[in-house]
Design a protein around this ligand. Structure first.
Ligand code: ZN
Length: 190
């Protein structure tokens, strides 16, 4: 903990996530301060959209937990809680009604598997699931649909230093990604 190497500023643009204006401070041995904002400048697909860009990175760099056929699971760079996952179609689609049937089915299946894996690994007492549709509804990146899977523990909402605009999380995102990815079940046939 003595060297300045223990503290690094990482650009937020390299990760997936939904910016919400809070800065996060991860507290274990290696403290990583995530600075900046990750919000796309427009609604276009491609490199300007984090949810389009992430699948082009390797799993560790992109914090990808699992890749399905038409959708994938990624750690949220701006977590409300440890183990906050996002389930996204690969396709740059904004509205739930625009998803194809296979995309609907896989987003649902990955959401269920994400709950099982997080339950096994992190033993939460509950979950919040959902998608914010449109900026007015709270979507940070409205152009590319993403389903939130947020594990909840009793009392976690009390741990919310809003004034400081900083949250301390008990595990590094990368460590959590590796743990969840290792616990993800092998694909079934079909
Ligand atoms: Zn996109």
């Amino acid at each position: 903990m003595s060297s300045s190497d223990d503290v690094g500023v990482e650009p937020a643009g390299a990760f997936a996530g939904v910016p919400d204006g809070l800065d996060r401070l991860w507290t274990p041995h290696r403290m990583v301060y995530i600075g900046g904002q990750d919000k796309p400048v427009d609604d276009a697909a491609g490199d300007g959209c984090p949810f389009c860009r992430i699948p082009t990175l390797d799993d560790e760099a992109g914090l990808v937990v699992h890749r399905g056929a038409v959708a994938y699971v990624v750690m949220n760079l701006y977590p409300y809680n440890s183990g906050h996952l996002l389930v996204c179609p690969y396709r740059h689609v904004a509205d739930y009604t625009e998803l194809t049937e296979p995309e609907v089915a896989e987003v649902a299946a990955l959401t269920r598997t994400a709950m099982r894996v997080v339950r096994d690994v992190m033993t939460p007492q509950g979950f919040n699931l959902g998608m914010n549709q449109g900026e007015v509804a709270g979507a940070g990146i409205q152009a590319h649909l993403h389903q939130h899977v947020v594990p909840r523990w009793g009392g976690d909402a009390n741990f919310l230093p809003v004034v400081a605009r900083t949250r301390a999380l008990p595990a590094l995102l990368g460590d959590t990604r590796a743990t969840l990815a290792a616990a993800w079940p092998a694909p079934t046939k079909g």
